[in-house]
Design a binder for this molecule. Sequence first.
Ligand code: FES
Ligand code: FES
Length: 178
Amino acid sequence: MQGRCSVCYRVGGFTGGNGMEEITLNVNGKAARVTADPDTPLLDVLRNHLGMMGTRFGCGLEQCGSCMVLIDGQPEKSCGKAVSTVAGKPVLTIEGLGSPEQPHPLQTAFLDEQAGQCGYCLSGILISAKALLDRNASPTRAEIATALDDNICRCGSHLRILRAVEHAAAAMRAGEAR
Ligand code: FES
Ligand code: FES
């Protein structure tokens, strides 16, 4: 990734950036116009410009997966994505997955399984799991583990998380898909 700060490793740190630009994003099905340095990480724009705090900053190094979002349906780490590269592409964040009134089956299953402790990793894990279930309605446990391999959970909730994804897949196959 070009333009990483040599101190904090974030994009556009001490490089001076490329100046401010108006960029139109498509986040959770809605257009959002922001004025930002085009090298600004998408994660920062989501949190600081758009006030969507559900996508987490973990490492800032594309290693922990807590900042995962879907871009064009593919799971991507938003801490390493310059905002200009996603202009016009559909971005799905955890805020777009479901709501308290109408949770996604994954969210229901994670609650039922109490799949998490601190919860910090869960936004990214839910997004990665959604990408998996969108392409594979009946994943094996090994396939779920592989799909979540880019997501780190320091609380060690892995077994509950695997079970929750299995239960969500079963619920969706049974017709609870949104
Ligand atoms: S914050 Fe993006 S991968 Fe860790
Ligand atoms: S639940 Fe704490 S990091 Fe995963």
